[in-house]
Design a protein around this ligand. Sequence first.
Ligand SMILES: [Zn+2]
Length: 62
Amino acid sequence: MTVRTCPRCGWPVAELTPDPGEELPTSGGRVGYRRCVCGSWLVVLDGIVAGSTRIPGGLPAG
Ligand SMILES: [Zn+2]
């Protein structure tokens, strides 16, 4: 299943501001975090949402 929108609010990931400096190339693609307009942090793998969390004021640990 591919998800290209925020699972919490449905905002398209492509509309979020990219932060290339935070993306890390891996064997599975480029992984990075995006801060959604709803306040959630989205884990984005090559433009596809791989996970989400909501921790005010910081990135998810681990
Ligand atoms: Zn959202």
